[in-house]
Design a protein around this ligand. Structure first.
Ligand code: MN
Length: 241
């Protein structure tokens, strides 16, 4: 079917097995047979390397492989929680890794997609930390540590990130309006889809006198959420139980 599905911010982890079950069910029931699935980051709540075979990562990789073998093109963009998803993950699942900003063609309309953290330019501390951990050298060093060390580090990071969030004003954790306009202008598109902020919405904008829009995906919490884009009828949202 000429349809593309967009999801992000599932934050799958062993501590919340019902979320993983919901995602596996979504792959089997809703995504099966569709043309394209775009995962715009933070599929995993923590990702410490492609060599981590623990649950639910293992089951999720198998299910993604099944979907891509079934003929669905599956794309993935890094989130801030799972930026260590690497080549081996792609090989094992058949998923294609996209750049942090990617332009895709949605049945004649060029659309810019991104996880969304790069748009949160007011959070200077986060952006500085991001630049550090995304360097090839940092990643190489991190991945050379034994798994159990990485596990401990991930646990500490999640704790720290939770504490930091409570002390940050909520405005700085949203997309900066100028950064949004700048991205739309730079890539010469009028539609942007992203996640990360957990603030699902449709923002109507104007860029250089032309109408533009920003579609924000929802996180998966007590239920899932998907943005479905069909060739003939455009986009709509669906709730995933
Ligand atoms: Mn995120």
């Amino acid at each position: 079917m000429a349809e593309a599905l967009f999801i992000s911010d599932l934050h799958l982890c062993a501590a919340r097995p019902e979320n993983s079950r919901r995602f596996l069910n979504f792959l089997e029931a809703r995504a099966w047979g569709i043309q394209r699935l775009y995962i715009l980051g933070d599929l995993f709540d923590a990702y410490i390397g492609d060599d981590d075979r623990s649950s639910p990562h293992r089951e999720i990789k198998i299910a993604l492989r099944r979907l891509s073998d079934g003929g669905t093109a599956v794309f993935f963009q890094h989130g801030n929680r799972d930026f260590l998803v690497g080549e081996r993950f792609c090989r094992e699942t058949g998923v294609s890794l996209l750049d942090d900003y990617a332009i895709i063609d949605l049945y004649g309309e060029p659309v810019l997609i991104t996880h969304g953290d790069l748009l949160c330019t007011d959070d200077l501390l986060y952006q500085a930390a991001r630049r550090r951990v995304r360097s090839e050298e940092w990643k190489r060093k991190a991945l050379s540590k034994p798994l159990f060390i990485r596990q401990l580090y991930a646990r500490w990071y999640r704790f720290k990130s939770g504490v930091d969030k409570r002390h940050k004003p909520t405005e700085i954790m949203d997309a900066n309006p100028d950064a949004v306009i700048e991205a739309l202008r730079r890539f010469e598109v009028s539609t942007l889809i992203h996640g990360h902020t957990h603030r699902p919405a449709v923002h109507e904008l104007e860029v250089d006198g032309k109408p533009a829009r920003r579609l924000v995906l929802a996180e998966w919490d007590c239920h899932g959420s998907v943005l479905a884009w069909k060739a003939e009828s455009g986009w709509h949202r669906e709730r995933i139980e």
